[in-house]
Write a protein that binds this ligand. Sequence first.
Ligand code: SAM
Length: 278
Amino acid sequence: MATIKYDPQWVRDFYDAYGMQEWERFDRHPMLRIAFAIHQHYLRQYLQPGQHILEIGAGAGRFTQVLAEMGMRVTVADISPIQLALNRQQADTHGFASAVDQWVECDACDLRGQFADKAFDAVVAYGGLLSYVFDQAGLVLTELQRVVMPGGPIFLEVMSLWGAIHCYLPPVLSIDPAVNRQIVARGDLDRELAISTHYCHMYRAKEFRQLIEECGLTIEVMSASNALSTNWEEQLRTIHEDSPAWQHLLEMELEACREPGCLDMGTHLIAVCRRSTT
Ligand SMILES: C[S@@+](CC[C@H](N)C(=O)[O-])C[C@H]1O[C@@H](n2cnc3c(N)ncnc32)[C@H](O)[C@@H]1O
């Protein structure tokens, strides 16, 4: 579990500065298009049109748009005022603003003043929010359970320790091995290490599962994002232009990502969980 103290100001500043890159990230290369498809697959599997969704850590709104197109009513929440403003702007530009009930600036660690108990049918927290709150991840899960209806689904995502090393192996190997050993032992990328300006806690699949279960949630499904398609950059561009091959890859990728032996191989880990029915 993370040993670093959560720093909300850093997260706010980082995502304020990140700006529109957050909207554009899934279009950057084919591996991320596959990641986008994997995330959507679970939303479509577990949500019904007309449900009220809290999308927390919504960023500029790629999944807000997906939820709107699925017929949901969405409350968009984020700690970054710039990401919230971009979400509103993208909703106007792409015509999904009418699906949004409200845009709320808030911290997932402190939702008490914002949302009532059982206010939502489901909560979507895609995009690594739990990795940014370091030692407060348990508190966030308790809050997300409080605001969702009994039995309601909660969609979670974290950064993966082995998956990040797998994806970024050459730069990882250029780091002092003593530093890498510390990262592997703790999972924390923090400012003390001075190797990155992106701070987060990276999970192992078994650690993520343990956190979720200790907080009283049941896990419907856990998936890597991605597994087969990590590190095939150039070949994926060719495959992307070949529609049958691309569809076949997506089909195999969805199955592979759920295999226990593949869970730790994607840059991210997704879990669809449920609050207990009481
Ligand atoms: C990687 S982006 C994900 C955006 C979107 N959900 C997606 O998956 O494309 C992470 C977002 O979570 C927000 N965030 C991080 N920690 C948060 C917290 N404690 N409370 C609310 N939002 C938070 C950031 O501001 C950022 O917009």
